[in-house]
Design a protein around this ligand. Structure first.
Ligand SMILES: NC(=O)C1=CN([C@@H]2O[C@H](COP(=O)(O)OP(=O)(O)OC[C@H]3O[C@@H](n4cnc5c(N)ncnc54)[C@H](OP(=O)(O)O)[C@@H]3O)[C@@H](O)[C@H]2O)C=CC1
Ligand SMILES: O=C(O)C1=N[C@H](C(=O)O)C[C@H](O)C1
Length: 239
């Protein structure tokens, strides 16, 4: 498979390593120094683009790929206010857009577990909900995209919660996300239900970026000949 990497930072480099080990070819690496190289690529040069850049660049990088009918696997977080616009364009152009706030297989199983736990806990209002994310100090966005997906999962299954807040004391309708930045932590997410007498806690801790990168390459392999707006629930058949 011919891959263009958009964003050649911590994730871009790890994705390159995994992609090469699975027999793929990296035909271009787009980063801060050569963003216009993306404009010169065509559908014939590339099977799939893997986009891990930053919150400011993701939207325009994705639009360029969708206009060129290059399938995009995007993992960049912190730009999601424009996601529905991108999804509409992907449908209109009969193009391919795959997005995940977290490509780790373990985190996607954790998302399913989180929803199931929220459904079980919803009638038991003596428990307060607490969510926490810890990431390295270079992270640009807060809360993490994964923490937002977790909060949305709780909201979808817990009728008295309808929104989330970050690093604020929550109102009764709000899910609290507490965000911490700590050394080089790749990503740890926790959900806790706490009552006066006990607590239930689930945690996913990434030990490195390998799981995110492997998930992104597997998503690229899976999506390259598909059309439409797709995600991990479709690929892992968790929906
Ligand atoms: N969905 C998932 O599973 C995961 C998502 N992420 C997300 O992926 C994104 C990237 O993470 P990470 O690799 O750690 O970040 P890095 O900062 O290490 O890498 C991002 C790279 O993109 C470059 N860049 C800046 N502008 C552009 C541009 N216009 N086009 C292309 N590249 C550009 C940056 O250059 P410069 O530094 O010089 O600005 C940098 O080299 C983040 O949003 C992060 O939250 C991370 C891990 C897993
Ligand atoms: O920036 C990171 O590093 C990560 N970002 C993603 C997020 O915002 O959830 C995924 C992972 O936790 C690592």
């Amino acid at each position: 498979m011919k891959i263009v990497l958009i964003g050649y930072g911590k994730m871009g480099k790890e994705i390159e390593r995994i992609a090469l080990s699975r027999g793929h070819q990296i035909v271009a690496k787009i980063d801060i120094d050569n963003p216009n190289e993306l404009l010169g690529l065509s559908k014939q040069d590339v099977d799939v683009a893997i986009e891990f850049s930053n919150p400011q660049s993701a939207y325009s990088n994705i639009l360029i790929c969708l206009e060129k009918q290059i399938p995009v696997v995007c993992g960049t977080t912190g730009w999601l206010e424009k996601k529905s616009e991108v999804e509409a364009l992907a449908q209109k152009n009969d193009a391919t857009f795959f997005y995940a706030s977290n490509y780790s297989i373990g985190v996607n199983l954790f998302f399913a577990l989180n929803k199931h736990l929220a459904k079980l806990m919803a009638p038991h209002t003596q428990y307060d909900i607490y969510t926490n994310e810890i990431h390295h100090t270079e992270k640009k966005d807060s809360p993490s995209g994964t923490a937002i997906t977790i909060a949305e999962g709780i909201i979808s299954a817990y009728p008295s919660k309808d929104t989330w807040v970050n690093n604020e004391i929550p109102q009764s309708n709000e899910v609290a996300i507490w965000s911490q930045r700590e050394s080089t932590k790749p990503g740890t997410h926790t959900v806790k239900y706490i009552s006066k007498v006990d607590q239930i806690e689930i945690t996913h801790e990434a030990f490195s970026r390998e799981g995110f990168a492997l998930g992104a390459v597997i998503a690229a392999e899976w999506v390259k000949d598909k059309k439409g707006v797709l995600g991990m629930e479709d690929m892992l058949k968790l929906a």
